[in-house]
Design a protein around this ligand. Structure first.
Ligand code: NAD
Length: 500
């Protein structure tokens, strides 16, 4: 299929793909595939006002009925999985199976949120006063601005939107300026769900705005958008977070990671190698949870590096649309330059680099293809502590488990982590309060590829936000504590006397 056929199958007309000011390039071959219209910053107040008006209606709709809209979205996504997955491959360069996997993740969160719409439960709390009852009630909070990154161009929106919608909050989505087409294709699918749902869904319930930081900033700065869920670099989060806080909004920040695996002497090395290769080179190392550091016991370091070098040598790099490909392109040439520069810096800091060259032969011309790199480091230097969004895997050694955990935690980011060990003491220590300081900590699986059932997010410079499963829904609602007096007395708490 040509680029045009893929976009046509996703429902785009020629007019939608031309004449706009935002050029969209495919990382597959660097070609321009569309020019889409951008939202003018001057139009943002009206868009936000529409969302506020939608909020006043949507919060009145019973939550299970709101869940029905999300159920329909899941149905429509199932029908359009192949078409949307193909746009993800075209625009983000993911291999076909990962493009489809991303849409599956959207379907999964819709299923989760539909069930959640019949829960949204609060606690009942014992009161110290006779004839009193205490409880917690959860209420819709208001419009939720979703700012997303290029590397999960649709799944991140759905993690937020599915929860926000059942929680009673309208959604305004600003996708990455590098991936507007996947967002527009998703909105077509959303539109079909809205049409089937009928009149209970107010106009402006789900909107998309297209553009860069300036359009995002209109959401970030508006007191009428109480929730800002922003996914992207730590640099972006350090601007967005304080701005939202300064106007008393609620930021949900999902920022960069620097994810590690500890490989202990007892590890099942065959399994570890498979987990390492998937999580270090999958999505060409462009997942927030990509494996970036291996901390391996010195007794098995040489053996593991040998096994990895062998596995890396067979990796099929190339056009992500081809079935055999496992490593597609980086998002653009600037990303490739950043990877090559990071490898030079690592060398200056004492590294031995295996692989990591630009690949121009046997791949589509114009794309930024690279060999994934294995980089043996003498210690955790500055470049290792920096997230480079590319398939670079640093290898560090350790002697004791305490030392391994210290190395693992000694980076500014705190998203995902894992240990490969068959030693129960080590595994439990790693998961304990003295162990990994990350939002995600796994045993005998890699750091990437999370399921939607758990809360997703991380600590430190990763931003502290949680999305997706577990009780992450609470981030999209306001908590109200209620005390009800069903007696004919008015006792005060803490035994205070105030007789009038
Ligand atoms: P990016 O920070 O360049 O852009 C992300 C989004 O923020 C884009 O939509 C962009 O337009 C917007 N933006 C940038 N500056 C802004 C501002 N001042 N105000 C409002 N909006 C602004 O990130 P990217 O290159 O698209 O994505 C890669 C990064 O995202 C990596 O660091 C990766 O780790 C991170 N990421 C994190 C998670 C997570 O869940 N923790 C998930 C995916 C990606």
């Amino acid at each position: 299929m040509t680029h045009k056929d893929i976009l046509k199958a996703a429902g785009f007309s020629d007019a939608e793909l031309s004449g706009g000011s935002l050029a969209v390039h495919s990382p597959i071959d660097g070609s321009e595939v569309a020019r889409v219209a951008e939202t003018k910053p001057a139009d943002m107040p009206a868009i936000i006002a529409k969302s506020q008006a939608a909020f006043r209606k949507w919060r009145q709709v019973p939550a299970p009925r709101r869940g029905e809209l999300v159920r329909l979205l899941g149905e429509e996504l199932r029908k359009s999985k192949d078409e949307l997955g193909a746009v993800v491959t075209l625009e983000a360069g993911k291999i076909v199976s990962e493009g489809l996997g991303e849409v599956q993740e959207m379907i999964d969160i819709c299923d989760f949120a539909t069930g959640l719409s019949r829960q949204l439960y609060g606690l009942t709390i014992a009161s110290e006063r006779p004839g009193h009852r205490m409880m917690e009630t959860w209420h819709p909070l208001g419009p939720c601005g979703v700012i997303s990154a290029f590397n999960f161009p649709v799944a991140v929106w759905s993690w937020n939107a599915a929860l926000a919608l059942v929680c009673g909050d309208p959604v305004i989505w600003k996708p990455s300026e590098k991936s507007p087409l996947t967002a527009l294709a998703t909105m077509k699918i959303m539109q079909r769900a809205l049409e089937r749902f009928g009149d209970d869904a107010p106009e402006g319930l789900v909107q998309v705005v297209i553009g860069g930081a300036e359009v995002g900033d209109a959401l970030v700065s508006s007191p009428d958008v109480p929730i800002i869920s922003a996914t992207g670099s730590t640099r972006m989060g350090s601007t967005v977070g304080p701005k939202v806080m300064a106007r008393w909004g609620r930021p949900i920040l999902e920022l960069g990671g620097n994810n590690a695996m500890i490989v202990a002497p007892s590890a099942d090395l065959d399994m570890a190698v498979r987990a390492i290769v998937f999580s270090a080179v999958g999505t060409a190392g462009q997942r927030c949870t990509s494996l970036r550091r291996i901390i391996v016991h010195s007794s098995i370091r040489e053996k593991l590096v040998g096994m990895l070098a062998k596995a890396y040598a067979t990796l099929p790099i190339g056009d992500p649309r081809e079935e055999k490909t496992l490593v597609g392109p980086l998002i653009d040439n600037a990303a490739r330059q950043r990877m090559l520069a990071a490898l030079e810096k690592a060398k200056a800091e004492g590294a031995t680099v295996h692989g990591g060259k630009a690949v121009d032969a046997g791949v589509p011309e114009g794309g930024a293809y690279v060999e994934p790199a294995i980089v043996e480091m003498p210690s955790q230097t500055e470049i290792v502590r920096t997230e480079t969004f590319a398939p670079i895997l640093y290898v560090l050694g350790y002697e004791t488990i305490e030392e391994a955990i210290d190395i693992q935690n000694d980076v500014p980011q705190g998203l995902s982590s894992c240990i490969f060990t068959l030693n129960m003491r080590e595994a439990e220590f790693f998961l304990s309060h003295s162990g990994s300081d990350c939002g995600i900590a796994n045993v005998n699986i890699g750091p990437s590829g999370a399921e939607i059932g758990g809360a997703f997010g991380g600590e430190k410079e990763t931003g502290g936000g949680r999305e997706s499963g577990s009780d992450a829904w609470r981030g999209y609602m306001r908590r109200q504590t209620n005390t009800i007096n069903y007696s004919d007395q008015l006792p005060l708490a803490q035994g205070v006397k105030f007789d009038v």
